[in-house]
Design a protein around this ligand. Structure first.
Ligand code: TAP
Length: 499
């Protein structure tokens, strides 16, 4: 356990959570987690090895029979208590998340923490309302379905929304009666370990949840290969998603893959411009653009493009960049130095391919207090649809602009990338809005808004953005197996071999 030198005191748990206890890694290894604001070490966190994965899977396997046999209402009650506890510690948890990830406090307070509590509450409430079905079959037979938990679930979480994703993954898995081994990203392990402490407080039995920070290439890979893990739910890059598909083959694991994105955000000529400008800025600059659903491709009708860009670039320039722990800060640093360098590298790639940087493309200027951190200015680039920056996921405060003349051209640009996660459109024409919502190749579409999420609404993508859905009833389906049960109630079955 360590303490941080911040204005708001936070609890920092640094051990692995296995079988209801906080323990060191079996080989004693640790890894530092850094403050993205100034590159200082926040804490040394235990770093799991494959032996720790095996320990965690054993604990989850032993806990499964009791947890899955508990009444759904009892499982739900613990998740509801957890939601209340998270809310009661909102400021402390928000501070911890901001410290570890670089999200501004105003967002972790306003979005990440409330949404985390909301998600645990939604699935806590769902636990005893999730039903099987009765199916009309042949006369005299009753056929019904049971939804049964899949078993031990492995969950692999990325660094961009570690707190929220912990609830998205654990909420439905636990409500449905599964036990969990969760690996947070090595870059941002702190908030999920804090949630483990709160889970202890609300009485979630030992072994039901195990949290093991460690390197993805060893720990994540071993989880994906593990014979006793029945399902992997993964959020992260498309490359690692492909590796997980291969590794999962040996025991034919179920998979849920929430991978990269390159969200199309189309602004039509008849859009309400101030709303579109504001919404499009949130779509890309919230969390420094480190979101798989970010609206990272602005596709503008040529008649309004100049007027839109005048306002949009002015808004981008006005965003207050600074220490995430300062409540006035609107945009913090990127989460790691390596990622900051990757994003700045894309600014060079844009220029090499003839792209024009309209604003940003560099670290904040004349801000000596930010030079130690991983900061990048909000960046707007005009480029051709086929350029690398128009096709590859940059995952930063970096939006690429293109212009269109006709609806057909807008749709062709929107659907021209390998990804298909989220997309948005801005128009006052209802018919056009619904036509495009159906035609855009993606798992989610927002009309006259962007990046709305809710625990009741399915979340996931198509194409290189992966498959499976988180949230809502869809998530409960994906954390359960359906079993069909046949009963002869009153059927007269004629003899198969009449004598
Ligand atoms: P990934 O490498 O995909 O990391 C995501 C998670 O997978 C982390 O917990 C990581 O562990 C783990 N992991 C790494 N190798 C693994 C393996 N062989 N088997 C199982 N798990 C493994 O993403 P990243 O390096 O953090 O970011 C790279 C790019 O991915 C970003 O630039 C962005 O384009 C994309 N990305 C997308 C998302 C979303 S929300 N779709 C989120 C993050 C990143 P460690 O990191 O702890 O080693």
């Amino acid at each position: 356990m360590a303490t941080a030198s911040t204005a708001s005191p936070v609890r920092i748990q640094t051990d692995l959570f296995i079988n209801g206890e906080f323990v060191k890694a079996e080989n004693g290894a640790t890894a530092p987690t850094y403050n993205p604001h100034d590159n200082s070490v926040i804490a040394e966190v235990a770093s799991a090895s494959t032996a720790d994965v095996d320990r965690a899977v054993r604990a989850a396997t032993e806990a499964f029979p009791k947890w899955s046999a508990l009444s759904a209402a009892d499982r739900g009650r613990m998740l509801l208590k957890l939601a209340d506890l998270i809310e009661s510690r909102a400021e402390e948890i928000a501070t911890l998340e901001s410290l570890d990830t670089g999200h501004p406090m105003r967002d972790t307070m306003r979005l990440d923490v409330p949404r985390t509590a909301m998600t645990f509450r939604y699935f806590g409430g769902m636990a005893d309302k999730f039903e099987g079905t009765v199916i009309p079959v042949d006369q005299g037979f009753l056929n019904y379905t049971l939804r049964q938990p899949v078993g031990v679930v492995g969950q692999i979480v990325p660094w961009n929304f570690p707190l929220m994703f912990t609830s998205w993954k654990m909420g439905p898995a636990l409500a449905a009666g599964n036990t969990v081994v969760l690996k947070p990203a090595a870059l941002t392990p702190l908030s999920s370990l804090r949630i483990a402490e709160l889970m202890q407080e609300v009485g979630i039995p030992k072994g039901v949840v195990n949290i093991i920070p460690g390197a993805g290439s060893a720990v994540g890979q071993h989880m994906a290969e593990h014979q006793d893990i029945a399902k992997i739910s993964f959020t992260g890059s498309t490359d690692v998603g492909r590796r997980i598909v291969k590794a999962s083959a040996s025991n034919l694991k179920r998979l849920g893959l929430e991978l990269g994105g390159k969200g199309a955000n189309i602004v039509f000529a008849d859009a309400h411009l101030p709303a579109a400008v504001n919404g499009s800025a949130f779509a890309i600059f919230h969390n420094q653009g480190q979101a798989c659903i970010a609206g990272s491709r602005l596709i503008l009708h040529e008649s309004i493009a100049d007027a839109f860009l005048d306002q949009f670039v002015a808004l981008a320039k006005s965003i207050r960049i600074g220490n995430p722990l300062d409540i006035a800060t609107e945009m913090g640093p990127l989460t790691s130095m390596g990622h900051r360098d990757k994003v700045l590298g894309y600014c060079d790639i844009a220029k090499e391919q003839g792209g024009q940087i309209l604003t940003g493309g560099r670290a904040p200027q004349n801000r000596p207090e930010l030079t130690g951190g991983y900061y990048v200015e909000p960046t707007v680039v005009e480029a051709k649809p086929g350029d690398r920056v128009s096709c590859e996921e940059v995952f930063g405060p970096f939006v690429v602009v293109s212009r269109f003349k006709t609806d057909e051209e807008a749709l062709q640009i929107a659907n021209s990338v390998e990804y298909g996660l989220g997309g948005g459109l801005w128009t006052t024409n209802l018919a056009k809005a619904h036509r495009f919502a159906a035609a855009i190749r993606s798992g989610m579409v927002w009309i006259n808004c962007y990046k709305r999420v809710n625990p009741a609404s399915p979340f996931g993508g198509v194409g290189s953005s992966g498959y499976g859905r988180e949230m809502g009833f869809e998530a409960m389906h994906q954390y359960t197996e359906v079993k069909s049960v046949w009963v002869n109630v009153d059927a007269n079955i004629p003899p198969f071999y009449p004598r």
